[in-house]
Design a protein around this ligand. Structure first.
Ligand SMILES: Nc1ncnc2c1ncn2[C@@H]1O[C@H](COP(=O)(O)OP(=O)(O)OP(=O)(O)O)[C@@H](O)[C@H]1O
Ligand SMILES: [Mg+2]
Length: 225
């Protein structure tokens, strides 16, 4: 599904230059469940932003489903993100004044789906994350775990093959974190490919493959052991 060859990402210039990731070679196949771990500053988010076509490497080659991503226009990159990738973040990124229903519906409005199609899809997704009963609540009326489930439902509106999550349980208590993990396991069993950055040992244990970064390098990759 994705393949990286000698990927580097450098931020800044001169004395403020940071080599966030260095010469990374990484291949992730369809329906893998990858945990991305490593200390703070090791380059996890940088790597994920490149995987998610949110940012470009400074050098090296990145292939998404066999296509070389460099040289794509920003519209083409947006197209890949919108059609193939679902993003989940630590701080949920929900619209505070919109209900659960509206937060999940929003990406489909941008896509131009009919209101009837949107309604059916939103309700199906809310059932899937067990939140149908919270459809008309706003984020301030939800627990952290519920907010993250809204965010996951929103990430699934485009039926993404690849789901990227950056510390999805970082702001959650253990029990809510485990509910989120259960949803990820279910998505994995349904054939999605998952890449999850995490400090959560439960998630790292459940991932079928663990890639550990240190100082911008792959220090360990359980797939290569
Ligand atoms: N936009 C940026 N401009 C300059 N330096 C950056 C930028 N983003 C990240 N960095 C630097 O790149 C390095 C890797 O950062 P990155 O965010 O990828 O780490 P991380 O592994 O995700 O850390 P954390 O666990 O704290 O989220 C760090 O030294 C960071 O300071
Ligand atoms: Mg990070």
């Amino acid at each position: 599904m994705i393949k990286m060859e000698k990927i580097n990402k450098t931020y800044g210039t001169g004395s403020s230059r940071v080599e966030a990731i260095k010469e990374i070679d990484l291949e992730i196949k369809e329906n893998e469940f990858v945990g991305l771990i490593g200390p703070s500053g090791s380059g996890k988010s940088t790597l994920m932003n490149i995987i998610g076509c949110l940012d470009m490497p400074t050098s090296g080659d990145y292939f998404f489903e066999g296509e070389k991503v460099q040289g794509f226009s920003s519209n083409q990159l947006a197209e890949i993100r919108n059609r193939k990738i679902g993003f989940v973040f630590q701080n949920f990124n929900l619209l505070p004044y919109a209900t659960t229903f509206e937060n999940v519906e929003l990406p489909m409005i941008f896509k131009g789906a009919s209101s009837r199609a949107r309604r059916a899809k939103v309700m199906e997704l809310l059932e899937r994350v067990n939140l149908a009963a919270r459809a008309h609540h706003r984020p301030s009326e939800l627990s952290g775990g519920e907010m993250q489930r809204v965010a996951i439902a929103r990430a699934l509106t485009n039926d993404p093959r690849l789901i990227l999550a950056d510390e999805p349980t970082g702001n959650l208590d253990t029990k809510s974190g485990q509910e989120i993990l259960r949803i990820f396991e279910e998505l994995w069993s349904q054939g999605h490919t998952l890449v999850i950055i995490t400090h959560n040992p439960y998630i790292a244990d459940c991932a079928r493959r663990v890639v550990k970064l240190r100082d911008g390098l792959v220090e360990e990759d359980s797939a290569r052991m």
